[in-house]
Design a protein around this ligand. Structure first.
Ligand SMILES: [Zn+2]
Length: 84
């Protein structure tokens, strides 16, 4: 599968545009604004989590909750396997 498609799915999560997940019934799209955004230098709101998985092609990202960050880390680790 091309990586570009995955990248689009990330963006869809940010804009709230609904896109049918193919194999992720467990992962619900988070509707919180900026959840899953690439990490910036801003100060995170209370309860937000910043993740960074080394050796993954995924950049550091910010999440609105521990649950969202868990999903994000799992996805980043998948990218790591893709990279081989
Ligand atoms: Zn979230």
């Amino acid at each position: 599968m091309p990586a570009r498609k995955s990248a689009k799915e990330w963006n869809a999560g940010q804009t709230g545009e609904s896109r049918t997940p193919i194999r992720s019934s467990v992962i619900e799209q988070c509707t919180v604004e900026r959840c899953g955004d690439v990490a910036s230098s801003r100060r995170l709101p209370r309860g937000w989590v910043r993740t960074s998985v080394s050796e993954s092609s995924e950049p550091a990202r910010e999440w609105c909750s521990g649950w969202c960050s868990t999903v994000g880390i799992a996805l980043a680790e998948l990218r790591m396997q893709d990279a081989g």
